[in-house]
Structure formats: structure tokens, C-alpha cells
Design a protein around this ligand. Structure first.
Ligand code: FDA
Length: 330
């Protein structure tokens, strides 16, 4: 990043701006219609349609990665939309099984109707979990902003008996997370640990990155020692080195945990870990509702904004509108 104009812009302010734009529904509706955005989005999103995502998953599995599939969408505003989102998960699970691909999905509760009411979200999540139980699939419930943490953990606890192969996500940015980790360890639940992708107030979250990282390292150690097959979702080389070193010291085998990374982010690191025989799972999103997901990815690394604009200027728009500017993930 040295020498780029982005350096002149305070990163924290830009990150905040991008995150607040991620909630602008009208902007999102406009953005998905603009062809200019497609090549940029294609870096982080495996396709707009299920068949495109399945082809990408074939390639990613072929390269040796594990995957979890996210049918993009969140914050739906009607029970009908939430029902449609649940249907799309059922369809995706069926398609993964039919194609012989790994059956592992990640979903957001606001997509399943969390903001609409308990009965709606409960009904939709139950449908997905029952199907996952039939197909022997793993379901991860993603974590959204701190206002949803209690409700998300409550739904997970309530519905886990339907399908025990259901895990949750804990964010090291939140001050409450060490206590949540201890409770989940006690319950023998499966955790994906991440830093947290949302704009949170200092009353509930560590404002300084160094504290978020230190909390991550401490919870990672707890999960390595006492957790059930924890997943470490990060592209942070220092934290990955920490996990590798700690696991080695404690003689924790490589098959007792996994690393997770996002489709299109730090492919160099993904490959390095895979070559070193670590389990690496890629989070593979697809669908037309990519706007908030995409904006969070830009916010995580504001220099992405500049890189993407440069790529578009250099490579232009693809004639087929496929959104591919490079060689794809795998
Ligand atoms: P950090 O932000 O410190 O980045 C470390 C390095 O990684 C950077 O220096 C850069 O090189 C690279 N990097 C990170 N993000 C990048 C990007 N977008 N583009 C390019 N390079 C980038 N969050 C959440 O709140 N709820 C959830 O359920 C999930 N789920 C989830 C699943 C998986 C598999 C992953 C990998 C991440 C999530 N997240 C998430 C997102 C997570 O909280 C966090 O915002 C991002 O992973 C970025 O944080 P890092 O840990 O990578 O560290």
C-alpha cells in the first residue's frame, strides 16, 4: 500500500463509510444493475447463479480446498422473502448432493427472517436444518452485528437438536466473546472464530485492532485446547502462525481444526497452508444479493477500492458480462 493515494485517507474513516454504505438498500439495488460493478464483484463472489457457483466449487475442490457455500442475502423485510431464501438453501443443498460436492453451507439469520419475528426465522431455519440432516450436511450460522448476537445464539441453541451438525460464529471484536466461547465449549458446540466485519460501538467492541487480534489469539488457544473441531477464519498471517505454533507445541493434530478464508482473498496464503497440509475451507458466496457482502470486503481492506478501479481501467469490462477478470479462484 505504500505510496498509494489511499494512504492519505484515514483508513478507519473509509472503513466506517464503506460499512455504513453497506446498509443503504437503495444504493445496493442500483449497484447490482450497473455492469461496471460486475468485474469487481467477481473477485469475491463465485457467480450470480447456482450453476455458476457449482462450476466454481468443482474447480475449488479440484484444487484441494474444502468449501462452505453462502447463498447471498441478508436483512430481508418480509416473511415471503425469508421463505424464498430458505427455499434457495434447500435447492442449494440438493444441488450439492446431486453433484457430489461437499455439503456445507453458511447462512445468515436476518436472511431467514430474524428481523420479522421468532416464528418466521424458526420455521425457515428448521426447514434448512431438517434437509441438512437428511443430506448429512453441515450448516454454519454466520454472525451479524452485535444487536443480533443473543438472538442468533438462542436460535442455534433452540434448533441444534434438529441437526447437531450446526455451528455458530464468534467475533473476537466483541467484549462478550470470551464468555460466549466458554459457554459453547461447555456445550460441545462448533465455533468458527473470526474478527468481526461490522461497525460496532466501543461500548460492546474493542475499538483498537491490536485488542481484537489479542482477543482472537486468546480464544483461538482456548478452542484449540478444549473446543470441538474449531475453525479459524482469518487471513491474518500473524494469527495463522500463532495457531500453527501453538498447535505444534501442544501436540494438537492438523485434523482437529481448520483454517477458513474467503473466496478471492489472500489466495497466496490459502495455497501455502494447503501445501503445508493444513485443512483450508473457502467461504464461497454466490447470488445476486451481493451488495452488503461486497461492501464489507471493501471495508476490510480499503485499498481494494483502488485496486478494483485500476483493474477495471486496465482490463475493461468482460464482453459476456460474466464478471470474470482473472483466472478464477482455483
Ligand atoms: P485483517 O482484517 O487483519 O486482515 C489481515 C490481512 O488479510 C490483511 O492485511 C489483508 O492482507 C488480508 N485481507 C483481509 N480482508 C481482506 C479483503 N477483504 N480483501 C483483501 N485482503 C484482505 N465476519 C462476521 O462478522 N461474521 C461472520 O460470520 C463471518 N464469517 C467469516 C467467514 C470466513 C471464512 C472468513 C474468512 C471471514 C468471516 N468474517 C465474518 C469476516 C471477518 O470477521 C473479517 O472481517 C475478515 O476475515 C477480515 O479479517 P482478517 O481476520 O482476515 O484480518
Amino acid at each position: 500500500m505504500t505510496g498509494t493515494p489511499t494512504r492519505e485517507i484515514p483508513e478507519r474513516a473509509l472503513r466506517s463509510l464503506l460499512l455504513s454504505l453497506s446498509h443503504q438498500r437503495a444504493l445496493g439495488r442500483a449497484a447490482v444493475r450497473v455492469p461496471l460493478t460486475r468485474p469487481m464483484v467477481g473477485r469475491f463472489v463465485a457467480g450470480q447463479r447456482l450453476d455458476e457457483a457449482l462450476d466454481a466449487l468443482d474447480r475449488i475442490h479440484g484444487a484441494g480446498y474444502r468449501t462452505t457455500v453462502d447463498v447471498l442475502g441478508e436483512s430481508v423485510s418480509s416473511a415471503e422473502e425469508a421463505g424464498v431464501a430458505a427455499e434457495r438453501y434447500l435447492e442449494t443443498l440438493g444441488a450439492l448432493a446431486d453433484r457430489g460436492l461437499e455439503r456445507n453451507v453458511s447462512m445468515k439469520l436476518t436472511q431467514m427472517g430474524l428481523d420479522i419475528g421468532h416464528a418466521t426465522v424458526r420455521e425457515n431455519v428448521s426447514r434448512v436444518l431438517r434437509r441438512a440432516e437428511e443430506l448429512d450436511a453441515f450448516v454454519r450460522i454466520d454472525m451479524e452485528d452485535h444487536a443480533k448476537t443473543d438472538a442468533t445464539l438462542a436460535i442455534w441453541r433452540e434448533l441444534r437438536p434438529l441437526h447437531p451438525e450446526t455451528g455458530v460464529v464468534i467475533q473476537s471484536a466483541l467484549r462478550r466473546s470470551p464468555a460466549d466461547i466458554e459457554a459453547i465449549i461447555e456445550e460441545r458446540g462448533r465455533v468458527r472464530l473470526c474478527k468481526g466485519a461490522y461497525n460496532e460501538p466501543a461500548s460492546v467492541a474493542h475499538p483498537d485492532k491490536a485488542d481484537v487480534d489479542a482477543a482472537y489469539a486468546a480464544m483461538m488457544e482456548r478452542l484449540l485446547v478444549d473446543g470441538v473441531y474449531p475453525a479459524f477464519a482469518t487471513h491474518d498471517p500473524a494469527l495463522i502462525r500463532h495457531a500453527v505454533r501453538f498447535a505444534r507445541e501442544k501436540r494438537i493434530d492438523r485434523d482437529r481444526f481448520e483454517f477458513q478464508m474467503l473466496f478471492g482473498v489472500r489466495r497466496d496464503l490459502q495455497e501455502r497452508l494447503l501445501r503445508a497440509d493444513y485443512r483450508v475451507r473457502l467461504y464461497v458466496p454466490f447470488g445476486s444479493e451481493w451488495y452488503p457482502y461486497f461492501m464489507r470486503r471493501l471495508a476490510e481492506r480499503p485499498a481494494n477500492v483502488l485496486f478494483m478501479l485500476r483493474a477495471v481501467a486496465r482490463e475493461g469490462l468482460p464482453r459476456d458480462g460474466s464478471g470474470r477478470t482473472g483466472s478464477g479462484q482455483a
